[in-house]
Design a protein around this ligand. Sequence first.
Ligand code: ADP
Ligand code: MG
Length: 384
Amino acid sequence: MSAVDLFTTTYSRSPEGSYSAPGRVNLIGEHTDYSGGLVLPFAIDARATLAVARNDDNVIRVVSAQRPGPVQTFSTQEIHPGSAAAQTWAGYLLGSVWALRRAGHAIGGLDLALDSQVPSGAGLSSSAAVESVTTLAAGAVHGIHLTPMEVARFSLQAENEFVGVPCGPMDQTASAAATAGAVLLFDTRAGTVENIPFDPAAHGLSLLVIDTRVAHSLADGEYARRRASCEKAVDIIGVTSLREITVEELPVALDRLGDEILTRRVRHVATENQRVTDTVDLLRSGTIGPIGELLTESHRSLQYDYEVSCPELDLAVDTCLAAGAIGARMTGGGFGGSVIALIPSPLVGQVARSVMAAFETHGFAEPVPRLVNPSDGAHKVNHE
Ligand code: ADP
Ligand code: MG
């Protein structure tokens, strides 16, 4: 059911407006966003839509088309990170309201109805879509104009501090600030973004995202360990963030580390930042094909140096490449989740079938391939 229909059915009135925000895929720049690095995500054409109206009861009411059940009601005074609700799906909406209110924005009662086509847990950041659409909508109906970067910041606070997930700022920034037909160059050290035109279709290419549908249980612990390794390396090398280490300076920095594991971690981060820069340079010069090689190099670096891949991701990448993809890599945190592949459009069906067959042969769960297109960030939905 659409967000507006769900709203009307649930609250027996019309919403004041509806808003929409996308999921995202990271083209390249993985595990760099907590080291002040560069990332290059884009918004996808699967979106979360939120219908909204203010209420005079000082409560937040929430329903979701994907979470059937009665309306949940929360007093605006009682929304806080430690509450039981913060650990449920409602926490992703309440967290955005909480972050806005904490910053002094006068957000009163709200009735909310959510409908999201971003599959949850598929590495497409359904959580950022829900947070950014809620931040934007809650602000807008109260007459508060938020810039895309402000929407991203409050949404990130919702995820980090309210729900309690220690992610970097990439997902919320992509969902809030991306534009259609572009990738978003996000410099996480400077806090700046720039949309770089990216139109694979015009070059006869397609972007296929393959959800491996595995989520290995070590993901959270290993993520925390990678962050800790980066912090340790920063201390030993004597820099403020790994972003400062360019590929030219890498040999000197690695000498100072004198540790095999840390060496590989730092090498990934420095070379990955360079791959993002190289990708952007290629896109700016109007070429797309050669970025395929950079995507695959990124995967090898994540596989061997950063060690965040897994057999399912490696099989998907290798199979895509063997079946005609010009580049493929894991995207997202790793240990499961999705692979992104850049494929000549006529070969998309063949690549997808090859991956399905390879997974079956290996006894892995059936993967889910999806074509994605670079789309708009969060915005108001205009009804006719
Ligand atoms: P993802 O990689 O998709 O972001 P997360 O675990 O970070 O995975 O976020 C998924 C969570 O976001 C869900 O467990 C749920 O709490 C919330 N969520 C996402 N989509 C919806 C939806 N349509 N309705 C309600 N909650 C949702
Ligand atoms: Mg998420």
